[in-house]
Design a protein around this ligand. Sequence first.
Ligand code: ATP
Ligand code: MG
Length: 296
Amino acid sequence: MKNLLHDRKIWAKPGKKHHVSDFDTEYTADFIKKNDALDKLDKNLEEMIQMQDKLYADSRYSLLLVFQAMDAAGKDGTIKHVMSGVNPQGTQVFSFKTPTATELDHDYLWRIYKRLPERGNIGIFNRSHYEEVLVVKVHPEFLLRQQLPDAKNLNSINDNFWMQRYHQINNFEKHLSENGTVILKFFLNVSKEEQKKRFLKRIDDPARNWKFSANDVKERSFWNAYMQAYSEMLTHTSTDYAPWFVIPADNKWFMRYAVSNIIINRLKELNLEYPTLPPAEMAGLEQARQMLMEEK
Ligand code: ATP
Ligand code: MG
């Protein structure tokens, strides 16, 4: 299995300038067609289950998976698929929506901090603190609601302001990583044409109508501004301790495969093992065995 962790077609190498258009939305690595990947995907899901079990038993690390994407790129489906089979006891999914009044009364990382996974657990963020440099950057008027001393009006929101935000996010993630949170960030990169096809499908198919919101088409009209914001996000916040992966999203089967490949290869680097008991407790096990065997 090709390790996609450092595949330059997917991995936004830290310290480099990136643009979304440098990444191919149709890339499929070594696979030519869907069927070639399906067996491998099944194997990956099996392996995920075993690795999660070890992560939980080891209880030193937590794994944070961040998902960001344009609408209809397939966040929900990918999360559902990649996590299928893993023990629900060790996973938490959280979807971040428009901040509430209470959330706006705190700094933007407050609500994020509260949802971080516990040691041994996998936490999945469906949208995240990155909305703060994506939707908020495309619509800076959202910032005024945050009542920030440095952003009293739209004129005061300049490049420095955003650089400071990237810096804050990097510091936050560095702190987490130094304290045992392993962070992987996925930008599901769908093309504008493919998004249109998927929207039309949602409109045409009654079973998919519920997934469609008229606002999604409005946001689509800001496509270029979003791509610019994503590009700057990749350039400034892909780091060794919390790298971004630009997952080609036009082929859903490859998107799922690629995400599972990256998670597994990263978990392998942790060399997780089931804890071994200290000698005194091992002796206790032997005693317990004897008691059980001697039962009448
Ligand atoms: P999704 O589109 O992720 O499948 P959904 O359709 O269930 O989710 P929406 O209400 O459409 O729910 O999505 C959440 C909305 O909240 C998005 O438009 C997103 O940009 C917005 N949002 C999330 N975080 C923030 C934030 N920090 N500031 C402003 N808007 C935010
Ligand atoms: Mg939506």
